[in-house]
Ligand binder design. Sequence first.
Ligand SMILES: [Zn+2]
Length: 98
Amino acid sequence: MTHSVAELAGFKAQILRRRWITSLAFLLITFPLYGLLFSRRQGAVFGIGPGGWVAIWMALAAGIALLCFRLWRCPACGGWLGQLSTIAVCPGCGVRLR
Ligand SMILES: [Zn+2]
């Protein structure tokens, strides 16, 4: 299937946006780890103890994994793009993503 130049540019823009969202999500996942670290040293942080921070981290990790699984798909064919964020071509349909 051939796509117009505008469609191809739109696919690249969508992938760039999705890369940013997933990168921010992975940055966000580190915050409960700081809570865990500090609560183990000096007691509850924001009223949450170490066990609470582990629970928050696990819930966040599960949510982010689900988000990445749903988001990290080819904008052209909807196929899963794999685990590499540096992917340049969709393995399913061959659309250029960079
Ligand atoms: Zn594709």
